[in-house]
Design a protein around this ligand. Structure first.
Ligand SMILES: Cc1cc2nc3c(=O)[nH]c(=O)nc-3n(C[C@H](O)[C@H](O)[C@H](O)COP(=O)(O)OP(=O)(O)OC[C@H]3O[C@@H](n4cnc5c(N)ncnc54)[C@H](O)[C@@H]3O)c2cc1C
Length: 460
C-alpha cells in the first residue's frame, strides 16, 4: 500500500489533539489533516477528567492562558446552545485560617495588574451585601455569574451561603470565573467541525517516525502496518508525549503521576445540588477512630493512611440538578511512574477521599464504611513539567510541534492550547504568553528562576 500523504498529522485524539485540529481547520483553513490514535477519541486521560475549569492560578501567564481558554469555551457554549453544559458556580476554596492576608497576597500575585479589579473583600467591615450566591449559575444561568473572586471572612455570610461546610471554616475564597463543562461534548462538537472541513481520524498506534524531507510515520493497526507521510507532525500523545518526542530524538522535561477520583450516587443527599466546586485548602490527618488508626498503623504498607495529607481535596455534584451523582478527587500523589495504557486504581482510595472530603462537608460521614457498591473509581495521569506549565509549540526538527504536559488542567486549557499550537503551526500572530508556554522558556533564566522559587504550582 502506498503511504497516505497529509499536510499535518496529529498523534493523539485526546482533547488536546482534537482542539489543535479544530483550530487548524476553523481558524487557519487547513483541510488536509489526519488525527491518529491507538484508542477511540478521548478515551484515555480525557475520559478521566473531573472537567472543572478556573482562572485561579499563582502566575499571571497561567491566568491569561486559562482566561483565553474560558473565552473560547464560552464561544463554543454560545454557538452550540450550551451543548458542552458549561456551568459557572465557581470554586469555593475553604480554610480554617482566620488571617487570609497570605492568601490574598498570593491572589494578587496571580492576577497581577488586574488584581484590584478581581478581588472583593467580604469581611465584617463590608458584610455580605455585595456577595452574589452561585446557586442560579448552572448550565442555564452561567452567563449571569460575576467575575473576580470574593474573599469571605464574615462569619454570617459563610454560614448563610455555605451551610454545608464544617463550623470551623474561617474563610471562603470564591473564584467566580470557574465551573465545569463536558469535555466529551466539547470534543464531539470539535470533531464534527473537523470532519466537515475534511479532517480525518485513523485508528492505529504510532510505532516510529523517520525524517526524510517529510515525517514518515509507521503505524500499527488491526489490519497490519500502515504508513503516513506528513509535512508537519504534532505530538499530542498525553501521557505518552515523551515517547513520541523520543521518536524524533527530543527529550521532554515531563513526568507522569497517577491521580484518582470517585463518583457515586449521593442517596443520602449529603451534597447540595447547586453548590460551587468545594475545595478544602487545609492539610489534614484523616478522620479514623483510635481503634481504626491502631489497626491501619499495624500494617506498614498502610501506615501512610494515618499520616498528614496535603490540602486540595475537592467535591462537586455531577450531572446537573436532576441527578444525584457526586464526584470526589484528591491529587495527593506525588510519585512519578512510567505511564501504563491500563493503570490499576488503589482500592483504598475511595475511603481515603471520602474521609478527607468529610472534613469540609461533614454530611459525607453518612458514607463512612458504607460507600455504595455501584461506586465508580477511576484514574489517569497528570503529565507534568516540574513547574506545572504546559508545553505548546515547536519541538526538535522543523515542522514538529508538541501540545502536552497539561497536567490536571488539560480540559480547561484544551481550547487555548489547541488554538495556540495551531497558531504556531500556521505561523500566525501569537499571544504574549506563547513563548513562556513553549520549550523556549527553558532558555529564559529569569523566568525559570522565578518559577523554581514558587512553592505553589497550582496543582489541584
Ligand atoms: C483524575 C484526573 C482528574 C482530572 N481533572 C481535571 C479537571 O477537573 N479539569 C481539567 O481541566 N483537567 C483535568 N484533568 C486533566 C485532563 O484530563 C488532561 O490534562 C487532559 O485530558 C489531557 O489531554 P490529552 O489530549 O493531552 O491526553 P489524552 O486524553 O491522554 O490523549 C492522548 C491520546 O494520545 C494517544 N496516543 C498516545 N501515544 C500514542 C501512539 N504512540 N500512537 C497513537 N496514539 C497515541 C492516546 O491513545 C490518547 O488517546 C484530570 C486528569 C486526571 C487524571
Amino acid at each position: 500500500m502506498p503511504p497516505v500523504e497529509v499536510e499535518i498529522a496529529i498523534v493523539g485524539a485526546g482533547i488536546a489533539g482534537i482542539a489543535t485540529a479544530y483550530y487548524l481547520c476553523t481558524e487557519h483553513g487547513v483541510r488536509d489533516l489526519l488525527i491518529l490514535d491507538a484508542l477511540p477519541p478521548m478515551s484515555l486521560t480525557t475520559a478521566r477528567s473531573g472537567e472543572n475549569y478556573r482562572n485561579w492560578w499563582p502566575h499571571p501567564a497561567m491566568v491569561a492562558f486559562t482566561d483565553s481558554s474560558i473565552d473560547l469555551m464560552e464561544r463554543i457554549a454560545r454557538e452550540s446552545a450550551n451543548a458542552i453544559r458549561m456551568t459557572r458556580r465557581g470554586y469555593a476554596l475553604a480554610t480554617r485560617a482566620k488571617d487570609v492576608s497570605g492568601m490574598v497576597a498570593s491572589l494578587e500575585a496571580g492576577y497581577g495588574a488586574t488584581a484590584a479589579a478581581h478581588i472583593r473583600m467580604v469581611d465584617t467591615a463590608r458584610a455580605g451585601a455585595n456577595y452574589v450566591d452561585c446557586a442560579p449559575h448552572g448550565a442555564e444561568g452561567w452567563e449571569l455569574a460575576p467575575d473576580g473572586i470574593d474573599v469571605i471572612t464574615e462569619p454570617d455570610t459563610i454560614r448563610r451561603h455555605f451551610p454545608h461546610y464544617a463550623d470551623d471554616v474561617g474563610a471562603v475564597l470564591h473564584v467566580r470565573r470557574a465551573g465545569d463543562i463536558s469535555a466529551q461534548q466539547m470534543g464531539q462538537f470539535m470533531l464534527e467541525q473537523i470532519r466537515a472541513s475534511g479532517g480525518r481520524l485513523m485508528l492505529g498506534r504510532l510505532a516510529s517516525v523517520e525524517r526524510n524531507g517529510k515525517f514518515a510515520l509507521l503505524i500499527e493497526t488491526d489490519e497490519g502496518s500502515a504508513r503516513v507521510l506528513a509535512g508537519s507532525l504534532v505530538d499530542a500523545a498525553g501521557p505518552f508525549v515523551c515517547d513520541v518526542a523520543a521518536m524524533l530524538g527530543v527529550k521532554l522535561p515531563t513526568e507522569t503521576i497517577f491521580q484518582q477520583k470517585i463518583a457515586f450516587r449521593d442517596r443520602a443527599a449529603a451534597i447540595p445540588r447547586r453548590m460551587a466546586f468545594a475545595v478544602d485548602l487545609d492539610p489534614q490527618i484523616l478522620d479514623w477512630t483510635a481503634e481504626e488508626r491502631d489497626l491501619i498503623g499495624a500494617d506498614p504498607s498502610n501506615a501512610w493512611l494515618t499520616g498528614r495529607f496535603p490540602g486540595g481535596i475537592h467535591c462537586r455534584p455531577e450531572g446537573g440538578e436532576s441527578s444525584d451523582w457526586i464526584k470526589l478527587g484528591w491529587a495527593f500523589n506525588r510519585a512519578p511512574v512510567a505511564p501504563q495504557w491500563e493503570p490499576a486504581c488503589d482500592e483504598r482510595f475511595p475511603e481515603v477521599v471520602l474521609r478527607g472530603a468529610a472534613a469540609l462537608q461533614p454530611a459525607l460521614k453518612a458514607y463512612y464504611g458504607r460507600l455504595p457498591t455501584d461506586l465508580s473509581l477511576y484514574g489517569g495521569y497528570y503529565t507534568m513539567t516540574p513547574e506545572n506549565w504546559p508545553l505548546i509549540g515547536p519541538m526538535g526538527p522543523a515542522g514538529a510541534f508538541v501540545v502536552g504536559a497539561l497536567s490536571g488542567y488539560g480540559t480547561m486549557a484544551a481550547a487555548a492550547a489547541g488554538s495556540l499550537c495551531a497558531g504556531w503551526i500556521a505561523g500566525a500572530e501569537l499571544p504574549d504568553h506563547a513563548m513562556a508556554l513553549s520549550l523556549a522558556r527553558y532558555a529564559d533564566e529569569a523566568l525559570m528562576a522565578e518559577l523554581g522559587e514558587s512553592e505553589n504550582k497550582g496543582i489541584l
